[in-house]
Write a protein that binds this ligand. Structure first.
Ligand code: NAD
Ligand code: UDX
Length: 490
């Protein structure tokens, strides 16, 4: 094995190939994409994606054994092993619209591989695909009568955006699915596994049959998303009962059988993978007549939609049932911290609902403003502002939708000073110090616990400035006791 290619230079193709090139200086790695802007950007120090630690990794190998190109045919022709890492979004048309994976890009690549190959090759599914896609790929690749031998492997990627470099350097596991029944299949599996074994401990490189590998990827994402929806469902219950979802998550997560990760309640999961992959799983189940199984997984996505809508409903209720004409500063638009990616970001739904209520929305984000602008096009009543302080000036509310670390260190006293009073703060990620913010004067609304508000039941007079010394701990609107059993006065 001397040369490997990757078709698709996106969030997965770029970082994974950079890692392989860095770890295997003896291999030539060609990353090809039809998107010329993306390829150009990979050749500069302004990479097309924001990912901590990625630039030094790319620089380590770029021009040495890592090359970015728009010449897909040439990359295919030269490679012994080809990763296919193109996008597989949810289908928006025809049969399976809204559920199934759109395989048009993937199939196009399969046909190009066939057209530009003149010797045996290993083809690796890196994209997340429905179970048994490898079979379809095999049929396309062997559609000219088997002139060339293609071994098809499944090697799904488990990296998470924002921690991609760390995840690739030190993965929990690497999955290589192949035809373990035949000598050629086993040889292909070993060839790919050997690449990873250069830096990943042997016991973490798992080999399985192709279908288990394809299914494992969908299931891993479905399980992770299900945890987020589970804790978000409890956040609604906590708000109405006086429990604190953070305390519940801690207590539940300390059970070693359950574990503490992915139990942060918030405005719902986003990103290009969770929703798409669960819907894909749902579609598969429906296709196989497993209605109850499909319904079960679909509810994870339904709960996620509910959580976003519920957040805006709570905002509206807190702000006297109207936000029309009010300036609302949205801090954070990326679907999670440390990425500029806005695909399926819950912030988009929240902002759209705020606009539907005729709010004046100002969006700020340290890395996702360009993508945010693209999402909204020339929508009215929306502004984009890189500086959070400028966004907050004259606002009625601050709404935190991404848990950027830099937001923890904002000068909240100054922000408060520049806002219209009473000043509201909605923490959609439950990551700020709510008590401190309350003491600065904000009316603070977390997710899954009681608001800390200076507003007496019935609401204050407009223009009331600063804390009034009365902490009414309302069960999201109702007046009641604080969760510690006190009367709530502070
Ligand atoms: P992406 O959209 O960022 O990148 C895909 C790239 O493929 C694009 O740049 C596109 O131009 C290119 N492409 C499409 N058709 C092509 C063709 N015919 N020839 C050459 N290039 C072509 O997508 P992504 O986020 O990198 O995801 C890729 C796959 O990996 C998906 O199946 C996704 O589900 C999976 N995945 C993504 C993540 C993630 O965190 N983003 C994690 C694990 C798995
Ligand atoms: C996910 C999987 O984690 C990764 O293994 C897979 O390869 C691709 O899909 P990613 O979408 O990049 O990765 O981000 P992830 O960290 O999983 O977060 C997804 C969403 O869930 C984000 O919007 C995040 O904010 C949200 N989330 C996560 C929560 O709301 N609460 C949590 O406790 C964890």
């Amino acid at each position: 094995m001397k040369t490997i290619a990757c078709i698709g230079a996106g969030y997965v193709g770029g970082p994974t190939m950079a890692m392989i090139a860095a770890k295997c200086p003896d291999l030539t790695v060609l990353v090809a994409d039809v998107n010329a802007d993306r390829i150009r950007a990979w050749g500069t120090d302004t990479l097309p994606i924001y990912e901590p630690g990625l630039l030094p990794l790319v620089r380590q190998a770029r021009g040495r054994n890592l090359f970015f190109t728009t010449d897909v045919a040439e990359a295919i022709h030269r490679a012994d092993l080809i990763f296919v890492s193109v996008n597989t979004p949810t289908k928006t048309y025809g049969q399976g619209a809204g559920l199934a994976a759109d395989l048009q890009y993937w199939e196009k690549v399969a046909r190009e591989i066939l057209a530009h190959s003149d010797r045996d090759k290993i083809v690796v599914e890196k994209s997340t695909l429905p179970v048994r896609t490898a079979e379809a790929m095999a049929r396309i690749l062997h559609s000219d009568g088997g002139r060339i031998r293609f071994d098809i492997l499944s090697n799904p990627e488990f990296l998470a955006e924002g921690t991609a470099v760390k995840d690739l350097e030190n993965p929990d596991r690497v999955l290589v699915g192949g035809d373990l029944e035949t000598e050629n299949g086993r040889r292909a599996v070993e060839a790919l596994a050997d690449i990873y074994r250069r830096w990943v401990p042997r016991e973490r490189v798992l080999t399985t049959n192709v279908w288990s590998s394809e299914l494992s990827k969908l299931v891993a994402n479905a399980f992770l998303a299900q945890r987020v929806s589970s804790i978000n469902s409890i956040s609604a219950l906590a708000e109405t009962t006086g429990a604190d979802v953070g305390e519940v998550a801690r207590a539940v997560g300390m059970d070693s059988r359950i574990g503490g990760k992915f139990l942060r309640a918030g405005i719902g999961f986003g990103g290009s993978c969770f929703k798409k992959d669960i819907l894909n799983l749902v579609y598969l189940c429906r296709n196989y007549g497993l209605t109850e199984v499909a319904d079960y997984w679909e509810s994870v996505v339904r709960l996620n939609e509910y959580q976003k809508t519920r957040f805006v409903r709570n905002m509206l209720k807190a702000m006297f049932n109207t936000i029309a004409g009010k300036r609302i500063a949205v801090l954070g638009f990326a679907f999670k911290a440390d990425t500029g990616d806005t695909r399926e970001t819950p912030a988009l739904t929240v902002c759209r609902e705020l606009l539907a209520e005729h709010a004046e929305v100002v969006i700020s984000d340290p890395a996702a403003l360009d993508n945010a602008r693209r999402e909204f096009g020339d929508t009215a009543h929306i502004q984009f502002e890189p500086d959070p302080a400028q966004a907050a000036a004259g606002a009625h509310a601050l709404v935190f939708l991404t848990d950027w670390d830099s937001y923890r260190h904002l000068d909240f006293a100054a922000l408060y000073h520049g806002m219209v009073k009473p000043a509201f703060l909605f923490d959609g990620r439950n990551f700020l110090n709510h008590r401190e913010l309350f003491h600065l004067g904000f009316n603070v609304y977390p997710i899954g616990s009681q608001p800390l508000t200076h507003l007496a039941a019935g609401g204050p007079g407009p223009g009331q400035d600063g804390p009034v010394g009365l902490w009414v701990c309302g069960l999201w609107g109702k007046t009641g006791l604080a969760s510690d059993g006190s009367d709530g006065s502070d």
